[in-house]
Design a binder for this molecule. Structure first.
Ligand SMILES: Nc1ncnc2c1ncn2[C@@H]1O[C@H](COP(=O)(O)OP(=O)(O)O)[C@@H](O)[C@H]1O
Ligand SMILES: [Mg+2]
Length: 603
């Protein structure tokens, strides 16, 4: 007799359970997805002891007749897939027919179910994969699946479960994903009588946004903005958070492909890329993003828990997500007033000043700006000044919008009042007061200019050092240098090796003239050595440019006169000013007249 024997079915299921049913949260996922596949609109989940003692999922879906209620316990028994072609065009969460038998093999499982047509329901009980007990019973239309004593017969697995608290948290996170993926469904989660989640159904866009904000917790309130766009055959829609509401981890990245929660590196990269210049290095945005594409263009059968997918053309997906997102983020909706988004038409008492600025005044402001940007030699002038040498008279600068002031804001039209605390610039707008952080604003301005120049011209203006500077490097700095030589060169730092730990700095970006080149360079290398090992070139270039912009900018504590403030304001219209400086701090805040009126009890 040969030595190879087929395993008994119960053992097959237990082995499969090892992949599908990793922890209580995976049971919740499989059962809720089954309820969704059954067309349920109300799904209630109840767990005890982190799901290890009990998980009950009740739905109002189309239920099962007595035959199906038994058949669903069989391995690879499914109603959702008939041919291999179906596998390539799935519209359901499930298709493998694995979850119910797997769960049944490692728990005490009871399924109570009834179809709308049936006069009575069916109750099926299995314990550890033993033959089922079937009996008729009275029950509502829909299905209730009750899973008790999970892993009672798999001591090894039981030992690896974390605390009840940890498991309950994992279940809550799982329900959050399911709720965000299915805004039209009424979902509830109770854990040991505590309500952990309640998500009533939402139909229209506003309700969906409110629901998501409630699910994501208090901090999300008022911080989500809708995004919707298509690129080719791919639709990308959902909600994106204000960069101020960012996280140190990637848990806020709720990404769904055709309704299925996934952790997809391509899409995550595209999202982070979209936010890149708005967030500090290491911070991640919060998004609820649905990517919808032809189901034949995505393989969902590549991961045991279906957490990963494979795209027929992943660069297409990357492009679509990055494109739709950056389009939306460019409008910086979080800077917009809540009530009136754009109000360029409102009479603006300061409007005439922009067009009437005399050439003399403009020259003076340019000179002032050049002065505090660091001396700029005449031959490098086109770079330093181009962004506003033509801007004001020939075209209307792109308006920036700010909360509370209701209207579009053109920085060059603000009236500069002065400086407070040697740090903040105070300006007057028709509808209130605008406060800028002088360093953040100047840094943003410098960064945008550098970036534009580097991207449009391939390099930035450099200053050859009369006497090259010799720099000693630590091993980590040397290593960072070898990884990021291309980025440093693109940003204007020309370095050549003199031997181990010893380099010669020959040039720096023009903007850094007058700064200590050695210090800036060492600081940069330290920073690069701490950042990720293999960031894309443009990320590394941006990181270098951000440091350069930072060093070249006025600091808190530097006195600024009104003409210097004016020069900065004029410059700000020429750049695509996001809400934040490259380090993720806000640049500008506003104080509407209405708030001041409120302070003083004026009507
Ligand atoms: N809540 C439910 N309501 C109706 N039918 C269900 C429900 N749960 C499971 N079923 C039926 O049991 C079958 C097996 O479920 P499952 O083991 O999760 O496999 P799959 O979801 O991959 O088909 C499903 O195909 C479906 O027909
Ligand atoms: Mg299923």
């Amino acid at each position: 007799m040969g030595r190879i024997l087929a395993l008994p079915e119960a053992l097959q299921s237990q082995i499969a359970a090892g992949e599908v049913v990793e922890r209580p949260a995976s049971v919740v996922k499989e059962l809720v997805e089954n309820a969704l596949d059954a067309g349920a609109t109300i799904i209630k989940v109840d767990v005890e002891a982190g799901g290890l003692a009990r998980i009950t999922v009740t739905d109002n879906g189309f239920g099962m007749d007595p035959d199906d209620a038994v058949a669903c316990l069989g391995r690879h028994a499914t109603s959702k897939l008939r041919t291999v072609e179906d596998l390539h065009a799935l519209h359901s969460y499930g298709f493998r027919g694995e979850a119910i038998p797997s769960i049944g093999s490692v728990s005490r499982l009871t399924i109570t179910t009834r179809t709308p047509q049936a006069p009575e329901g069916t109750r099926v009980r299995v314990e550890g994969g033993a033959p089922p007990l079937v009996e008729p019973c009275g029950t509502a239309v829909g299905t209730r699946v009750d899973v008790r004593d999970l892993f009672f017969n798999v001591p090894a697995r039981r030992k690896f479960q974390k605390s009840d608290r940890t498991e309950a948290t994992a279940i809550e996170e799982m329900m959050t994903r399911l709720a965000l993926a299915n805004p039209g469904v009424d979902l509830e989660l109770h854990s040991d009588t505590r309500e952990l989640l309640r998500a009533p159904p939402a139909q229209d866009a506003t309700a969906i946004k409110d629901r998501a904000e409630r699910i994501l917790g208090k901090a999300a309130r008022g911080n989500l903005y809708p995004v919707d766009g298509t690129a080719g055959d791919i639709r990308v829609h959902g909600l994106c958070a204000n960069p101020a509401f960012s996280r140190g981890d990637q848990k806020g990245l709720y990404i769904f492909v055709n309704g299925r929660y996934v952790r997809d590196r391509t899409i995550i990269h595209a999202v982070v890329e979209g936010y890149r210049t708005l967030l500090e290095v290491g911070r991640n945005p919060v998004v609820v993003l649905h990517v919808e594409l032809d189901p034949t263009m995505v393989d969902v059968n590549v991961h045991p828990q279906k957490l990963e997918v494979r795209f027929a053309d992943s660069s297409n997906v990357h492009r679509a997500v990055a494109h739709v997102l950056s389009d939306m983020l460019r409008t910086t909706p979080w800077l917009r007033g809540p009530s009136r988004p754009y109000a360029l038409a409102t009479p603006d008492p300061l409007a005439h000043t922009a067009s009437d600025i005399s050439e003399f005044h403009r020259q003076r402001t340019r000179d002032a700006l050049a002065r505090f940007s660091g001396a700029i030699p005449a031959d490098a002038r086109p770079f330093a000044l181009q962004s506003f040498s033509t801007g004001v008279s020939s075209s209307v600068p792109a308006p920036q919008t700010l909360p509370g002031l209701g209207g579009a804001l053109v920085f060059s039209r603000l009236k500069a009042l002065g400086q407070v605390g040697l740090t903040y610039l105070i300006c007057e707008a028709p509808e209130g007061m605008v406060v800028l952080d002088q360093h953040a604003a100047h840094e943003r301005y410098n960064f945008e200019r550098l970036r534009k120049q580097q991207q449009q011209q391939g390099a930035i203006a450099v200053q050859q050092l009369l006497v090259p500077v010799r720099i000693q490097l630590s091993t980590a700095e040397e290593e960072a240098l070898s990884r990021h030589t291309a980025a440093l060169t693109a940003a204007g730092f020309e370095l050549s090796s003199l031997g181990p730990g010893d380099v010669l700095l020959r040039s720096v970006p023009v903007l850094l003239q007058g700064k200590k080149p050695e210090r800036v360079c060492k600081e940069l290398l330290t920073e690069l050595s701490e950042s990720g090992a293999s960031s894309p070139l443009q990320d590394a270039v941006d990181a270098v440019l951000a440091r350069v912009a930072c060093h070249a900018s006025v600091r808190a504590g530097d006195p600024m006169g009104v003409s210097e403030i004016r020069a900065l304001l004029d410059g700000l219209d020429g750049v695509d000013l996001g809400a934040h400086c490259p380090h993720g701090r806000p640049v500008v805040r506003t104080l509407p007249l209405s708030t001041m009126a409120h302070w003083f009890d004026r009507p």
